[in-house]
Design a protein around this ligand. Structure first.
Ligand SMILES: [Ca+2]
Length: 174
């Protein structure tokens, strides 16, 4: 911030593609004096919501689980995994105010398979509703905001629901 204050009369600050450069005036010309990544403000695409190291987007268009996952992948993302209660609460805020049932990235593709996240995260944290998952025969995809408790349910992958995508924060190479 000191640099900015000093710069009022003698330099120009340029922010482009997440990189901040500060140009100092020396006589009749400018010299670039500072270039640094601006990760505080430029880490997610517009409309995406940043929380810690990831960017999240709520998709209002309803789709099957597989369609929703492919829709996320087109944007360099996956249906979101969930790694903690704090993260789940944050993801839920994206579905405010209706808190509709929405697809997230959990699935058990084959009968008897363990649940897994489509983005490869470990399936450590869970927030299943009481009695869920309850139907390994035909309910192999994971939805959030189920029941009054807004917890997780396994359900049929062909249901058309809203969804939440997540991707890593953008690096300067993106
Ligand atoms: Ca169920």
């Amino acid at each position: 911030m000191k640099i900015v204050i000093l710069c009022v009369v003698s330099c120009i600050m340029v922010v482009l593609a997440g990189v901040t450069s500060i140009w100092l005036r020396l006589g009749n010309h400018y010299t670039c004096c500072v270039v640094k990544p601006d990760l505080t403000n430029k880490s997610c695409f517009e409309d995406w919501h940043q929380f810690n190291d990831r960017c999240f987007l709520y998709i209002k268009k309803t789709m099957t689980w597989l369609e929703a996952e492919k829709n996320c992948q087109i944007m360099g993302a996956n249906l979101t995994s969930v790694r903690s209660t704090d993260e789940y609460k944050e993801i839920q805020t994206l579905t405010f105010p209706n808190y509709r049932k929405s697809w997230i990235g959990g699935s058990a593709p084959q009968k008897g398979n363990a649940w897994r996240w489509s983005d490869g995260q470990k399936f450590d944290y869970t927030n299943w509703c009481y009695g869920e998952p309850n139907s390994p025969e035909d309910q192999r995809c994971l939805l959030m905001n189920f029941s009054e408790e807004k917890c997780w349910d396994d359900d049929e992958c062909g249901l058309n629901l809203t969804s939440v995508c997540a991707r890593s924060v953008l690096s300067l190479m993106d």
